[in-house]
Write a protein that binds this ligand. Structure first.
Ligand SMILES: NC(=O)c1ccc[n+]([C@@H]2O[C@H](COP(=O)([O-])OP(=O)(O)OC[C@H]3O[C@@H](n4cnc5c(N)ncnc54)[C@H](OP(=O)(O)O)[C@@H]3O)[C@@H](O)[C@H]2O)c1
Length: 289
């Protein structure tokens, strides 16, 4: 493709356009290899929906889902193959407990030895421990920091050198929360870990730009997902929670996984190749209300 700028003089304002079409279209109809995207917490909720969207055939993406529970990951893989028509080589699963730095290192060793073309990393896995200052124990604090903050740091540290070898660098998306901007009540460790990942995003966007690696952050508000199921005694109670929390939002409803997955997909797309260090809120208007 000829990427020289071409000037069009006969417009009232000086208009610059690419001489031969628009480079960086999201759809890839060429014969290039599949690009690999690692998704932590890919077996459920936002992570699974992100994988589903990325398996759109024209995007030529292969996903690797990471999680603790092999059965859940295999069920997710089966669902994705059926729902998207992707081929088996496009969906891989890796069991990895993100609380454990050794497991993270071994899992990445396996992934990186079998795959040279790591294009994206979605740090999506997260836990939500309840508790304020008096009832957050040291172990609750440590677990929240390990899963929500340290694991993304370790994963980026291992994956970035690999992305740096790609001609077009790579894409890192960290999933924080509106709690990372405006702390949630009675979720001290969660809010602090999610606030720190906002800063990790900005710091690494600066550091990794030279390698054409973008680092962006998505901050969801309340989204229907398995994250909330454990905290409600019944489906009826859970539904009441969603309706009540949605009713006070400007957009009148809580989010769906696809609302957040769409934002993640944008940051992975070629359309976002000049966007880095962005903290993107997807919350139905919660933070402005
Ligand atoms: N849903 C919301 O309202 C909301 C709002 C703001 C932010 N978020 C953020 O969105 C992200 C995704 O959450 P979700 O809503 O999609 O809920 P979810 O379905 O519960 O997803 C969380 C994922 O994290 C994985 N995970 C948890 N601990 C792990 C560990 N030690 N090792 C490996 N994987 C682990 C879980 O997999 P396994 O249990 O199989 O390991 C699960 O797939 C989280 O970071 C969450 O904080 C969600």
């Amino acid at each position: 493709m000829n990427r020289k700028w071409q000037e069009f003089d006969n417009f009232p304002v000086k208009l610059y356009a690419y001489a031969n079409g628009v480079p960086g279209m999201t759809q890839r109809n060429d014969k290039t290899e599949f690009r690999t995207v690692l998704i932590t917490g890919g077996g459920s909720g936002i992570g699974l929906e992100t994988a589903r969207m990325l398996l759109e055939p024209s995007l030529k993406i292969r996903v690797v889902l990471l999680g603790r529970d092999r059965n859940r990951l295999e069920a997710a893989s089966e669902f994705l193959l059926k729902a998207t028509g992707a081929s088996e080589h496009q969906v891989a699963v890796q069991v990895c407990d993100l609380r454990n730095a050794d497991q993270i290192a071994k899992t990445l060793e396996r992934i990186l030895s079998g795959c040279k073309n790591i294009y994206g990393l979605v740090n999506n896995a997260g836990i939500y421990p309840f508790g304020g200052l008096s009832d957050t124990t040291e172990s609750i604090w440590d677990e929240a920091m390990d899963v929500n903050l340290k694991a993304p740091f370790l994963l980026i540290q291992s994956v970035a050198p690999c992305m740096a070898k790609n001609e077009n660098g790579g894409r890192i998306i960290n999933v924080s929360s509106t709690a990372g901007i405006l702390p949630n009540q009675s979720a001290l460790a969660y809010s602090v870990s999610k606030g720190a990942i906002v800063h990790l995003t900005k710091a690494l966007a600066k550091e990794l730009g030279k390698d054409k690696i973008t680092v962006n952050c998505v901050c969801p508000g309340i989204v229907r997902s398995p994250l909330h199921e454990t905290y409600h005694a019944s489906d009826i109670e859970l539904e009441e929670f969603y309706v009540k929390r949605g009713a006070v939002l400007p957009l009148g409803r809580v989010g769906e996984s696809r609302d957040v997955a769409g934002a993640i997909r944008y940051f992975l797309s070629d359309d976002a190749s000049w966007v880095t260090g962005e903290i993107f809120v997807v919350d139905g208007g919660r933070l402005v209300s």
